[in-house]
Ligand binder design. Structure first.
Ligand code: MCN
Ligand code: CUM
Length: 787
């Protein structure tokens, strides 16, 4: 594995925190979280939510709420619309979203009114007393119901239908022909249920208009610059009058990408009441404001008798809830779902997707997903296992047979991606060896003899990240490049700023390492600052694992720009021509004269004390527009034991071999993988935002929506292979989302493999004890001989 060497790798790897305890930008408060920020004369805001999933609003009575001591105001859609801020654009640009319910509510817990008060308690008391007169309407609780257009959910839109969009890619007729000519075709309906990111800290904000009328907006945002530009679009305030500051987020996982109604209401309150307004989401608000996934997919996978893949066809129905709040790039309404051909060679492929409105939370919001890659990866990896089972092949051998080979990169897929690099077979081999596959197979055969249910599940996924190349990718028209700024101080210390925003990914450490490696300086002496639009260069933020592929590239190139300037100063110091210098062992050395050298530290000092004829100072700003995406990959293997009597699954082992290209910091990468695997485990076995037929949300808190603790979580084994990205400045790919993208299929494949002697072919997630038990019982009832 290649990894970046820094002068003090041990110190960095031990995670000695370079982070300040208290960020000087937040000195008004006591800490760095949003709820620690308390401004003078601050008011609090609480929201009123609809108990109905679909209802007309006949009237809103605020008199009783205004009787509460400390009550300041109640705002409804009427007031917002009077000021032209009744609706806000969703990042995808295909839809807009009500800030407060206007005329009718479209999902349970939708925001109906905002209450402002002197204290937090008073604000919540007010919210209890706002009386809303609802007239319930017929509910559309599935996209399949929505298709009929019997109930039109969004009369505000020009197109009078619940159908939002159709997206398709590939060769439809060629794929159909290849499927009919195939020896064998797998046909399976597979659902990726609705799940939620559930960061430890919910969202929140503090909005203040200062004495100069400038908006200071403290907010939990993964993309502060996008927020600033979107606020300019919504409120019409020019960007010099808006400062967006994103403090420590307490986790984001995609949940802190969208602009939520609460933010707009807090700003509106601050504007009207001329006092700062704080809003902190409750857990239930966080659970009910957005969701991810909810894809209903039909796959057809064709193969010849020997297991050679011939064609792939996918038809998906997507439930987007009441508003299409996806933050996908504008030309990609279904995100990167086209990665559904995975790590395999398909001569023909076609993917089709139709998205619908339903009476549910705004949908398609990110959750550790790289824009719909999680759904795509789960689908193809699940289907490959079904095919292996049908053909009686070993699932790892079926994969190996169909892998894109190492020498085929750059590889053009039939669904319009050009994969940059990869060595799938090597990664698979490393994983098989490390897990001891042959021994596991032997053990499994013995257990099956005894009627015990042991399963081995694979996922050999390809991920796509690093949006992206500006000719293809934009959010609200803003191209998705990223900026980096580096300033080196006279002592050789420095400050690094990027337009990304860490939520716990450790940019404070890895950004310093990238720059330190390029310049031969001490990473401990770099201050890394993100999240303040007044100081950070423009960037599209941190999601879709784009930070290392895009901002990481910007940082390396900005550092190289500094090195070129430093070379001139070094030439002055050594009294030679800059062409006589080489960069060797982290210093400038006169070619052919070993020992005649100056370090970057010496150059930094000279840049401010003795620059010669050169421009003084040592700093650079650079915007990086990547030529392509990066394509990390991995092989994950789960080993499970299923209890035949109770349906309980025990994940006995889980091995993740990830290839993220050049590794910057192995410990951070391992932490990212552990976290993402734990999320994937939760999705596979316990999490779902379910609704009943009446549209009631059944998972609005952590007793109904389970988050695993260390007690439930399996032990994670990890390893790495390294295929550098050929176009990334340091060869790095990403890792942040890979474990969530790759792992659900490995878990489910393992459980189905365990149940395969009973003839079980597929169970949709989450694989709860009840569901698995029912599948075992049904299978045993069907064929008592299986016992
Ligand atoms: N890294 C590395 N070497 C590589 C690749 C990455 O050392 N070859 C390091 C990076 O420098 C960075 C970290 O690993 O410090 C993750 O990098 P990357 O894969 O570029 O992902 P991002 O920084 O863009 O993070 C986004 C990703 C996403 S989209 C979600 S969702 C997610 C995730 O990261 N949310 C997280 N991981 C999270 N981790 C925490 N603790 N909290 C979240 O909210
Ligand atoms: Cu897709 S969740 Mo992350 O992109 O913030």
């Amino acid at each position: 594995m290649t990894e970046i060497k820094t002068e003090q790798p041990e110190k960095m790897a031990m995670g000695k925190s370079m982070k300040r305890k208290e960020d000087p930008r937040f000195l008004q408060g006591k800490g760095n979280y949003i709820d620690d920020i308390n401004l003078k004369d601050q008011l609090y805001m609480a929201l009123v939510h609809s108990p109905y999933p679909h209802a007309n609003i006949k009237g809103i009575d605020t008199a009783a709420a205004m009787e509460i001591p400390g009550a300041m105001a109640v705002v409804t859609a009427k007031e917002l619309e009077a000021h032209g801020v009744g609706w806000l654009p969703t990042f995808h640009g295909l839809d807009k979203q009500m800030v407060l319910a206007s005329g009718k509510v479209l999902y349970q817990y939708q925001e109906v009114a905002a209450c402002y008060a002197e204290t937090r308690e008073a604000a919540y008391d007010m919210a209890e007393l706002v009386e809303v007169d609802y007239e319930p309407l017929e509910v559309v609780s599935t996209p399949f119901q929505a298709m009929t257009d019997d109930v039109l959910l969004r009369p505000d839109r020009e197109a009078k239908t619940n159908h939002i969009y159709n997206w398709n890619v590939g060769d439809s007729s060629g794929t159909d022909a290849a499927l009919s000519a195939s020896d064998h075709v797998v046909r399976q309906h597979i659902t990726f249920p609705r799940v939620h990111a559930a960061p430890l800290e919910p969202c929140g904000c503090v909005a203040e208009f200062d004495a100069m009328g400038r908006l200071q907006f403290y907010v939990t945002s993964q993309a502060p610059h996008v927020y600033r530009t979107a606020l300019f679009m919504v409120l019409g305030i020019p960007e010099d009058k808006i400062r967006v500051i994103s403090p420590d987020l307490g986790g984001g996982f995609g949940n802190k990408v969208p602009i939520y109604p609460g933010y707009v209401c807090a700003i509106a309150g601050a504007l009207v009441l001329r006092r700062p307004v704080k809003w902190i989401e409750t857990r239930t608000e966080n659970m009910t404001s957005s969701f991810a996934r909810d894809y209903h997919m039909d796959i057809e996978l064709g193969a010849s008798r020997d297991g050679t893949l011939t064609a792939l066809k996918v038809n998906t129905v997507a439930d987007h809830g009441a508003f299409d709040a996806a933050a996908d790039p504008s030309k990609y309404p279904a995100g990167m779902f086209g990665i559904v051909t995975g790590s395999y060679q398909f001569p023909h492929a076609f993917a089709n997707l139709d998205a619908y409105f339903t009476n549910k939370q705004p949908g398609g919001v990110a959750y550790r997903c790289s824009f719909r890659v999680t759904e795509a990866s789960y689908l193809i990896e699940r289907a490959m296992d079904i095919l292996a089972d049908d053909l009686g092949m070993d699932p790892s051998e079926l994969r190996r047979k169909n892998f894109i080979r190492k020498d085929q990169f750059p590889y053009q897929t039939p669904l319009n991606f050009v994969y940059d690099s990869g060595d799938y077979e090597h990664t698979l081999n490393v994983a098989l060896e490390k897990i001891g596959y042959q021994d596991l197979l032997k053990e499994q055969a013995e257990k099956r003899e005894k009627g015990e249910l042991m399963g081995i599940g694979f996922s050999t996924f390809t991920e796509v990240t690093g949006a992206g190349p500006s000719k293809h990718f934009d959010i609200l028209g803003i191209k998705m490049f990223d900026g980096a700024e580096i300033r080196i101080h006279p002592s050789g210390a420095g400050i690094i700023r990027t337009g990304t925003k860490s939520q716990g990914q450790g940019h404070e450490t890895t950004w310093a390492q990238i720059v330190a490696e390029e310049l031969g300086l001490d990473p401990q002496n770099f201050l890394v600052e993100e999240g303040d639009t007044d100081t950070a260069p423009y960037g599209l933020g941190t999601y879709a694992s784009r930070s290392t592929p895009v901002a990481g590239g910007a940082l390396a190139l900005a550092a190289r720009k500094i090195r070129e300037k430093a070379r001139k100063i070094a030439a002055h110091l050594l009294e030679v021509s800059e062409h006589d210098l080489e960069w060797k062992d982290y210093a400038f050395e006169v070619m052919g004269i070993p020992g005649k050298r100056v370090t970057m530290k010496e150059v930094a000092f000279a840049a401010y004390t003795n620059p010669g004829d050169n421009e003084p100072g040592l700093e650079a700003t650079l915007y990086y527009d990547p030529p392509n995406m990066v394509f990390p990959h991995g092989t994950y293997i789960a080993v499970v034991d299923v209890d035949r009597e109770t349906g309980e699954t025990k994940v006995r082992r889980f091995l993740a071999v990830d290839d993220a290209g050049t590794i910057i910091n192995p410990m951070i990468v391992e932490g990212q993988i552990h976290g993402g695997l734990t999320e994937g485990f939760a999705i596979a076995f316990m999490q779902e935002i379910a609704y009943d037929e009446a549209g009631n949300n059944l998972a609005t808190n952590f007793t109904d929506y389970l988050v695993p603790t260390s007690l439930e979580s399996p032990h994670w084994e990890t390893a790495a292979t390294c295929t550098p990205s050929p176009h990334h400045p340091i060869g790095a790919k990403s890792v942040g989302e890979s474990p969530n993208v790759g792992s659900p299929a490995a878990f489910v494949n393992a459980v189905i493999d365990a149940l395969s002697p009973l003839g079980v072919r597929h169970i949709d997630m989450p694989l709860t004890r009840e569901k698995v038990w029912a599948a075992i019982r049904d299978a045993e009832n069907k064929s008592p001989a299986a016992d």
